[in-house]
Design a protein. Structure first.
Length: 278
């Protein structure tokens, strides 16, 4: 029985849908049903439902808010993974490109040195460290720039769609590079890893994003070209759009770690195009 935490989020919802299609027996929980920072409660939940693996999609992802809510960020991103790893069942945990400082110019490998620039990144790295030192079986899967086409999801795709429908011009940062990742593709990869039994191995780090790289400006241009070609997309610098938390300027992740499991992510443009075909 697979337990999916963070079931109300865009990744959790994608995982739930795919479990049904793949015939995976699962139970799900969001924070109203399970407090993953309460070991006794989590232990009882796991034992009563016969859980043999946890897919942890829960995270504190409000990057800027984390700068002022350090305790909340660390509780969910660092202590909760530590708590889940102590339950005696394998764990597949989702992490982030924010563990890197973005000063590289080639894709980050799974063993590249980490150096988070924000509270969010620091809290996620603390969660990774706790898992790697726990002795538990499982996987840490770093990803980046996750989005979903589900209307209620708060993400870059839906923000650009909304702005393109109401503005003549949208200004978007052009000096941050990464790889957009469709939540559905990420969920599919996580579940394929589960079905292959990768979670039974000693805890290791993998990377998954859609293939290729682009800037936020490139991503926005691709979205808006489909939505409203008359809307002008103007490139700006990060300095022109100040945020409380520092973002890594380059966060492309190397995908070579996936070769061990026969997983080949499709290009980010193909993944984006698929969201218009349903």
């Amino acid at each position: 029985m697979l337990l999916i935490t963070g079931a109300a989020g865009q990744l959790g919802k994608a995982a739930l849908e795919r479990c049904g299609r793949l015939g995976i027996e699962f139970v799900s929980a969001d924070r109203s049903e399970l407090d993953i920072t309460d070991k006794a409660s989590a232990e009882k939940f796991v034992e009563e439902r016969g859980v043999d693996c946890i897919l942890n999609c829960a995270a504190y992802t409000a990057v800027d808010a984390a700068e002022d809510n350090i305790g909340d960020a660390y509780a969910v991103n660092a202590y909760a993974p530590h708590c889940l790893a102590s339950l005696g069942v394998p764990l597949i945990h989702v992490s982030t490109d924010y563990v890197f400082d973005g000063r590289a110019s080639t894709p980050y490998e799974t063993d590249s040195a980490t150096n988070p620039l924000s509270v969010y990144g620091l809290s996620k790295r603390a969660g990774e460290t706790a898992l790697l030192e726990s002795g538990a079986s499982g996987l840490i899967v770093r990803t980046a720039w996750v989005y979903s086409a589900r209307p209620a999801a708060k993400n870059f795709l839906n923000t650009m769609k909304r702005l393109a429908s109401s503005r003549d011009e949208v200004r978007v940062v052009n000096d941050q590079k990464g790889a957009p990742t469709l939540a559905d593709d990420l969920a599919d990869a996580l579940l394929r890893l589960y079905m292959k039994g990768a979670h039974r191995e000693r805890m290791r780090v993998l990377h998954f994003t859609n293939a290729g790289e682009c800037s936020w400006f490139d991503f926005a241009s691709a979205i808006i070209a489909r939505m409203n070609p008359s809307c002008r997309v103007t490139p700006i610098k990060t300095a022109d759009y100040p945020t409380k938390a520092v973002r890594p300027a380059y966060s492309v992740l190397s995908l070579r770690s996936l070769a061990d499991y026969g997983i080949e992510p499709r290009n980010w443009r193909d993944a984006l195009e698929s969201t218009y075909q349903d």
